[in-house]
Design a protein around this ligand. Sequence first.
Ligand SMILES: [Zn+2]
Length: 301
Amino acid sequence: MHPGVAELVSFRATERAALVAGNGARSRMMNEIEGTAPSSPLTGERNGSRRPWVLAETSWATVRETNYELAVLPWGATEAHNFHLPYATDNVESESVAVRAAGQAWERGARVAVLPTVPFGVNTTQLDIPLTLSVTPSTQLALLRDLASSLAGQGIRKLLILNGHGGNNFRQMIRELYPELPVFICSVNWYDCVDPRPFFDQPGDHAGELETSVMLELAPALVEPLSTAGDGSVKQWRIGGLREGWAWAPRQWTRVTSDTGIGNPAAATAAKGAAFLEAVSSRLADLLVELAAADLDDMYV
Ligand SMILES: [Zn+2]
């Protein structure tokens, strides 16, 4: 069991709500009513009832009565995010987006189950940063194969991986599993669902304005004051093709950034994060509704 980020976020958010004057508590309450609680989904109850689209909150009594059509697997990483964001940032983000979108899809009749978040990603170029926990792509493939096989045996034939970490890439794994399993697997990077440029001055790649804004909205108690953050400035490749982006190699993280961030978080606000999350969740919910209803024998027009 992984000791949740979830409970930690929840505890801190509750604690903060108690400490901060009425506004904080009211906004948290409103978020919970709207099903967009800033805390992670594993908080158990919402208005006295569990959310049947969040597997971690759901019992067998519900599962045996529900014809789940689609599983959503949030997949993050455990890594440094500048000085101001927590190591679980990618997990909080991917899980929260999955739960919001699945909740909207559920209300529209789609029977979607958000699976527990996988908190370990590919961080092979950041292993010199203490407490970075990296898994190799081959380990990810083994885990994905086992999870998808579990679902296949139960007749759940659609799986969407909601990725939250730039070092993860599931495409080749999905190709490898394609002839092995009778499960339709697709992947989405949650931060690619919607063009971020209209929402942010400079979105940034890692712990920048986008991610910081989103975390200020989802888990403000886990965000250190922005005055403590580095500016996320990044060195460029000396080699032209790599610098221009048409040649590719992974970057040695501590050689390109001094604060582990890539992108300046200075202009981040919770309001920007809320607007972006709303657009992302809504677009993703549309995809979940379509996927849940799709006939796997009739996927092309
Ligand atoms: Zn991140």
